[in-house]
Design a protein around this ligand. Sequence first.
Ligand code: IMP
Length: 161
Amino acid sequence: MAEIGSQISRDFYGEPVLFLGVLKGSAVFLADLVREVDLNATFDFIGVASYGKRDDAAWESTGEVRLTKDVDQSLEGKNIVLVEDILDTGLTLTYLRKVLLAHAPKSLKIAVLLDKPSRRKLPVAADYVGFTIADEFVVGYGLDYAEQYRNLRDVCVLEGH
Ligand code: IMP
């Protein structure tokens, strides 16, 4: 976390940054990340819902994503760091990137706590990655399984999923 924080502080030296967390999974990561950043920073949240089913194997998205909560402010001309818990198929971040770029920000970077590159369906890469992991279903530190486990202190593999 400290590493990503100082990298962001270097990349945006002297500039204000708006951290935009994707609800709800990124809340814990965002809270820790912003405290490692030495910049003039603010934060806001955006909500998305994906249509799909989460069965025993893991999350299978149908590819449809929609906004459930928009930002509370104008993004025009701002440096935005989009903060997401996990980059999996890439559907969510591909959608969000398109929506946010339409607001004409000055810059748009993506920070993810976890990256599962082996599951990617769309070519999207994060600018800041905490950890790259294998194709396992993880919970804790904000991440859920059916809304459970978000409050676990650490990221844990959910056995049998
Ligand atoms: P993507 O659109 O497939 O990249 O999916 C991103 C979203 O899927 C994340 O924001 C999570 O909500 C969810 N997700 C993907 N993998 C996991 C996991 O291992 N644990 C919990 N949620 C996950």
